[in-house]
Design a protein around this ligand. Structure first.
Ligand code: AMP
Ligand code: GLY
Length: 426
């Protein structure tokens, strides 16, 4: 069978790599893919990204299954378009993807269905937003309503910071923030303290199949300092999610979300990702939902998956996820992101990359912002590589991943040295 993965980041490299391992899969197309998917002989890059062209390609090539990686094509309605042509695709419809693409939609949904989350209010009017913040006090969190590629959230530790964030986000020209229909809006939210974790499940509209848990590292620099990024590294499992907490997250957050979407008439299919904050007493709250796999969470999670991902996705698109049980490697998987100079504000492209170690049973370098030009591999995006390793302990996985990182060279490379630090300290 032929499979199509939409996207070109590290998450999509991991999805394609795992799908290619299925004996039922003869070819994996990646659209548009990256330098890493170009290097793997089992994968084939297709230089298209428009939903209509993708559907035409899938039809022409008799693609049996398409999986969507990033949020942008979901919000553009790629799933609706494929389904209208009776093409099998795993992902949420445009309406269901609003759980991620509109923070205001998501917060109203959680409130309606009693899903634990931070207190909030939503504003289109700057004066009202400023007055609310002044009344609530700092710390407080200001979020742009639309998709903002990880740049739409300001955790303001002081009031001036909060006021500045409101002005920046409600200004139509704010850098990289995509406003939803109806214009600029901000969501202002209670500041939550605790430890974050990523909880991701496959959803077929009715049934949920949780994946292994994970933890991301959002800040650019060690000790969780510096600006927010798309994610500088992740590991799986996340020990903060104890078996008891896992059961509570399923019971209080994940199942009510899938049931609530169905009740609202917006059946959710696809990867459902809850970004959780666990407080000191061990109570989970939902910071956000994403309607896709996490990046870089997907890289360590998929490295631990022993079951056939193609089979699971076929069940997920047949509505029979209740018949699937996933097997996980008991090892810890840990991925370290290497980012371009200038990331996240202004990543510098073009540097030559060398020294990538060969894949082995316990090490895999997933590519993201890389491009292949003949024999030369170069930097073409903000997050460049995710060096992912397996180990019997967090420390061993960490050591193995950093051995890989230390072989790799490109000008201005940035990475954190402390990925997994919370699990090491436990
Ligand atoms: P989001 O895109 O909503 O996940 O926000 C990005 C990051 O901002 C999260 O991973 C948290 O680190 C932080 N954050 C978001 N909302 C809150 C909140 N209510 N309280 C504290 N930190 C938050
Ligand atoms: N790593 C966080 C995300 O994918 O949104």
């Amino acid at each position: 069978m032929k499979v199509l993965v939409i996207g070109g980041g590290g998450r999509e490299h991991a999805l394609a790599w795992k799908l290619a391992a299925s004996p039922k899969v003869q070819c994996v197309y990646v659209a548009p893919g990256n330098g890493g998917t170009a290097l793997d002989p089992r994968l084939e890059n297709v230089p298209i990204s428009e939903p209509l062209e993708l559907a035409e390609f899938a039809q022409r090539e008799s693609v049996a299954l398409t999986v969507v990686g990033p949020e942008a094509p979901l919000a553009a309605g790629v799933v609706d378009l494929f389904r209208a042509r009776e093409l099998r695709i795993f992902g949420p419809t445009r309406a269901a993807a609003q759980l991620e693409s509109s923070k205001a939609f998501c917060k109203a949904f959680m409130q309606r269905h009693g899903i634990p989350t931070a207190r909030w209010a939503s504003f289109g009017d700057a004066a009202a937003a400023h007055a609310y913040v002044a009344q609530q006090g700092a710390p407080i969190v200001v979020k742009a309503d639309g998709l903002a590629a990880g740049k739409g959230v300001v955790v303001a530790m002081s009031l001036p910071q909060a006021h500045a964030a409101i002005d920046a986000m409600l200004d139509g020209s704010a850098l990289g923030v995509h406003h939803n229909d109806g214009g600029a809006r901000v969501v202002i939210e209670e500041f939550l303290e605790g430890e974050e974790a990523s909880f991701i499940a496959m959803v077929d509209g009715e049934h949920l199949l949780p994946l292994a848990t994970s933890q991301d590292h959002k800040r650019l620099r060690d000790d969780d300092e510096g600006p927010n990024t798309g994610g500088m590294g992740a590991y799986s499992p996340a020990p903060v999610i104890t078996p008891n907490l896992h059961a509570r997250v399923m019971q209080e957050i994940m199942r009510p979300t899938v049931a609530g979407m169905k009740r609202d008439g917006i059946v959710f299919t696809g990867f459902l990702y809850a970004g959780l904050m666990i407080d000191a007493q061990g109570n989970p709250k939902t910071l956000e939902f994403n309607a896709r796999l996490g990046d870089p969470e997907a890289q360590p999670i998929l490295m631990r998956l022993k079951s056939d991902l193609f089979d699971a996705l076929m069940h997920a698109t047949d509505g029979t996820l209740d018949q699937v049980e996933l097997q996980w490697d008991p090892h810890i998987a840990l991925g370290v992101v290497m980012a371009a100079a200038g990331y996240p504000e202004a990543p510098r492209k073009g540097a030559t990359i060398s020294g990538i170690p060969a894949a082995s049973d316990d090490l895999m370098v997933f590519h993201a912002g890389t491009a292949r030009d003949g024999e030369r591999l170069s930097v073409s995006g903000g997050r460049v590589l995710c060096v992912t390793a397996l180990g019997s302990t967090v420390r061993r996985a960490q050591q193995r991943a950093y051995e890989g990182v230390d072989h790799i060279r490109f000008e201005g490379a940035q990475h954190r040295r402390d990925i997994g630090h919370r699990a090491v300290r436990r």
